[in-house]
Design a protein around this ligand. Structure first.
Ligand code: ADP
Ligand code: MG
Length: 317
């Protein structure tokens, strides 16, 4: 058995996923789809030296490769089911692959996703492509293009914490530092929130590029503009204690993998119950308005904030 065959074995597990008729080992996987539901598919590639620094811990790479995909399914309101993995590695170092698999399966087990196939190749950089398949009820999936003028804009969690954590990643940790770094290293895809928002939210997007950029994508896709009220930003206690520019990190910092969504006013009353059920802050931060772009307000008046120039994974790698 060559080393790559050995590595493929690392990804085989005894337990089968629900609906996994035939998984790893044949030429392709056979998967049962629940009758009457729609398949939701997403794929993401992460490359060493581009999306994560060379030498980044293998377990963190594995966790992240799946978590970013699950965040895309969360933003659609879909339920994750299966994934495939294409892994390119320079030498197939079994220790690296074992640690990578442990991180990948940490995320897979937390969200009940079965690895049903993949491909393993040699190449000059580590490249990880994970594809996920999920399901949603017919016509139920959330989109970014369906917000209307007058809808309220909400965000989950504490945007900016992941970007703050990236800045602190090499520092020894007091508790604030540790909690921020953890938000960067172990993003929590908001799958349960996405499911709960089906038939409540009018549109939804996940935060990978930063609140202003991603809300801008949602507004543009919906043919409208968005207003964002700075006084309402749900800054975490840790980020405000550690950073003078916490607001800028919350607006421009990437890698949060929180959800930003819109809710028509008559349905706003339903948000508090979702917030309580999930134990996750959901904060109204603005409104969809006519026009284009994102306008930032402080106490109701337009203000100029430079949201660029933040530390970003893609920039330090
Ligand atoms: P083929 O040459 O037919 O593509 P492979 O030898 O590449 O077959 O793969 C054999 C089996 O192992 C297939 O079922 C494939 O899906 C699975 N596999 C290969 N690499 C991976 C991986 N990185 N993760 C999960 N499954 C994998
Ligand atoms: Mg193959």
């Amino acid at each position: 058995m060559d080393e790559f065959a050995l590595i493929r074995k690392c990804f085989e597990r005894r337990r089968r996923g629900k609906g996994e008729i035939l998984g790893i080992g044949d030429d392709a996987a056979l998967l049962a789809v629940t009758p009457g539901r729609e398949l939701v598919a997403a794929v993401d590639t992460i490359v060493a030296g581009v999306h994560f620094p060379r030498g980044y811990p293998a377990g963190d790479v594995g966790y992240r490769a799946l978590a970013v995909n699950l965040s895309d399914l969360a933003a659609m309101g879909a339920e994750p089911r299966f994934m495939t993995l294409a892994l390119t590695h320079p030498d197939g170092d079994p220790r690296w692959v074992e640690a990578f698999a442990a991180g990948l399966f940490e995320a897979a087990d937390a969200f009940d996703v079965a690895l049903v196939g993949g491909d393993t190749t040699r190449g000059s950089e580590i490249v990880v492509t994970v594809s996920v398949l999920g399901e949603s009820g017919a016509g139920e999936a959330l989109r970014r293009s369906t917000a209307s003028v007058g809808d309220a804009v909400y965000v989950s969690g504490h945007p900016g914490d992941a970007a703050a954590g990236l800045r602190l990643i090499d520092e020894p940790g007091d508790p604030d530092t540790q909690s921020l770094v953890e938000r960067f290293r172990r993003p929590l895809p908001r799958v349960a929130l996405g499911r709960a928002l089906v038939s409540v939210a009018s549109a939804c997007i996940d935060l990978s590029d930063g609140l202003v950029a991603d809300l801008g994508h949602l507004a543009a896709a919906s043919g409208a503009a968005a207003e964002l009220e700075l006084d309402r930003l749900p800054l975490s206690a840790a980020i405000t204690r550690r950073f003078d520019d916490a607001e800028r990190l919350a607006l421009g910092g990437g890698d949060d993998y929180e959800l930003c969504f819109t809710v028509p006013p008559p349905r706003k009353a339903r948000i508090a119950a979702i917030e309580a059920a999930l134990g996750l802050p959901l904060t109204e931060v603005g409104e969809i308005v006519p026009g284009e772009g994102v306008r930032i307000l402080r106490s109701g008046s337009a203000t100029d904030v430079d949201v660029g120039g933040f530390d970003h994974f893609r920039e330090i790698a």
